[in-house]
Design a protein. Structure first.
Length: 246
């Protein structure tokens, strides 16, 4: 049996008749941060949606040693997968606390009704959320909404956390806080699949990386090696990084 938590092979995914992913393969071991970088339109968000069961797929998706290709989205959530979508998908007219409680759906279904202790762990990661516990989610800043979306996913205590562009549209200081949180989560044993356009930040926190271009894996390797790859530097990290590495 594979030691990988997630093993994807020859994955194809489509929107209608338009195939977006063309034979993608990737792996993630328990406790790793795996990043997928690439340009707009490469299929990064499609990959996460395909893994969660939002889109029809062809190919192999093995999770915890068993195929989940036939499982609907809800069952994948119950198996310990959680997605933080690019648009956050919060309930703006509900409080921060109520949004977090919705994230505990899986744990309640599993019979664990002690949601308060998990919420306190989320507040330890994001103290700002505790200060705004009764505030409506729709009134939060962009950074706070991202923290809430991440915190809501963590309420399910996932084994595999899928993050879609968590730094998108955020101020640099908030971006730094989000990526520090990703590092802290790795230390707890959560496996993270991180889709990012901020290639520099993603490769700094990741163990292994994939470059997705036009729906196919163009490059892959340990994150530190990818960060030194001339093609990655020229295309995704910029000339400044190239001079720094020289």
């Amino acid at each position: 049996m594979s030691a990988d938590l997630l093993n994807v092979s020859d994955l194809h995914a489509s929107y209608g008749r338009a195939e977006v992913l063309h034979g993608v393969s990737l792996r993630a071991a328990p406790g790793q941060v795996i990043t997928v970088i690439g340009p707009n339109g490469a299929g990064k968000s499609t990959l996460l949606n395909a893994l969660m069961g939002v889109l029809p797929t062809r190919g192999v998706i093995d999770y915890r040693g068993r195929s989940i290709v036939a499982l609907p989205l809800e069952e994948r959530v119950m198996q310990g997968m959680a997605l933080v979508p690019e648009k956050r998908a919060l309930f703006g007219t509900m409080s921060v606390e109520d949004n977090l409680l919705l994230g505990a759906y899986r744990q309640v279904r599993l019979g664990n009704k002690d949601t308060r202790s998990q919420m306190e762990r989320v507040f330890t990661l994001f103290p700002h959320l505790k200060e705004r516990c009764a505030q409506l989610a729709g009134t939060l800043s962009g950074g706070e909404r991202q923290m809430l979306a991440l915190g809501r996913a963590l309420m399910s205590q996932p084994a595999l956390l899928l993050l879609d562009e968590p730094s998108l549209g955020l101020a640099p200081l908030v971006v730094g806080e989000i990526f520090r949180t990703i590092v802290a989560l790795r230390a707890t044993g959560v496996t993270i699949l991180l889709v990012e356009q901020n290639a520099r930040a993603a490769l700094e926190v990741a163990d292994y990386g994939y470059v997705l271009e036009m729906g196919e894996i163009a490059l892959e390797g340990p994150a530190r090696e990818l960060a030194r790859d001339p093609r990655v530097i020229d295309t995704y990290l910029g000339a400044a990084r190239s001079r720094k590495s020289a």
